[in-house]
Write a protein that binds this ligand. Sequence first.
Ligand code: HAM
Length: 420
Amino acid sequence: MAHVLKVRGFPDHFAAAIARRRFLLEEAYSLASCFGFEPVEAPIVERSELFKRAMALSAAVQKEMYCLEGGELALRPEGTAGLVRMLIEEKPPLPCRWICSGPMFRHERPQKGRFRQFHQVSAEIFGEEGGDSDAELIFFAVSFLKNIGVYDKASLQLNCIGESQERANYIQKLIQFLKPIKNRLSAESQERLLRNPLRILDSKSASDQELLQKAPLISESLGRESQGRFQSALRTLKSLGVSFQENPFLVRGLDYYNGMVFEIKAEGLGAQDAILAGGRYDSLVEDLGGRCAPALGFAAGLERLALLLPERPPPPPPHFAVAASKGRPQEEAFKNALLLRARGFRVFFKFQGSFAKQMAKAAASGALKALIFGEREIAEKKVTVKDLKTRKEEAVLWSAFEKTLPPCGPRLSKKRLSGI
Ligand code: HAM
């Protein structure tokens, strides 16, 4: 009978991938606590309206949403809108800094590094004005990438997309520039000219990029305040030794941003090379029904970061391998092996096959010591402990052996174990 296939774009993950993700999360959360971020979690499902309101102009992201319950609910395509909803509803004291992680869902065309279910770790700051916190957030992101050993393959790009009035003025200038050459733009950019002209700036089409070379720059439409905040963030980053490239065409796909936006790309990932991205979104809290609170944040794609990590060492070998002859010895060995596992020791055993075969498997497991249970050991309440390197062995009372064990992992109390 034909088997049921996995859904396209929804990958399976094995131990190596999970170990990488755990490593990334441990590094992110431990560094985040040094920068004053607290962990929070929002649900995977929100009302679709939340994402529609947060991304009013981003038609593409809206089309990519997985909807449930006749369209009323949606699987989150990104984390920021849910956290803003949580901030408005739970009303924590401001300012606050949050870190969270989990799966996101976007109905995009799958390719290398682009999935329909993927994982992000994201950091958000609420209630802090621009300038220093912009620089601090980027410095945190860069430090995280350095700590996990991928920053030498990465480059940071920054832009300032201004406040809404500045952006509106700029969009008018951009439309005036693009209208006469409209027919030479790609089909996608022609469509964007009607719906969201700013996004034409990050068109992937080479001919669009060529045409844009003479386009007006957004920096020319920025007022003193926006310029001042952006330049102050750049100065701080320079003083912290962070190198970056200003990219006047960086506008970001989600359109809740204002002021500073940034993206970190990495070599060797192909077309999907953005590993971390974010910026300021000072009006989103108010747009979603909350009291005005400046905000900024970023998210990093864990699958893309995992592709850049150096080979991880294989899992550690077992502490003990257990071998036993058939019958009572195997029953006792099985029970003792489980008791050791419950105390936090890695214990290998495969009781199928002859005793000699079990010993061969024990040696191949990489364990340093074998614990051997035969009829004689059971009769005398003992275990033979064999050093698998030196091949020396000694029979000792099980109770005495247990006492020699170092504390390892979470230990269960004798009382709780007695029932097993
Ligand atoms: P984003 O640029 O849509 O921003 O996603 C952030 C990162 O998630 C990307 O740089 C990429 O590494 C990863 N990513 C996005 N889509 C996929 C995909 N289909 N497959 C694999 N990885 C992907 C946001 O999501 C914003 N919420 C970031 C933010 C937080 N801005 C402010 N706060």
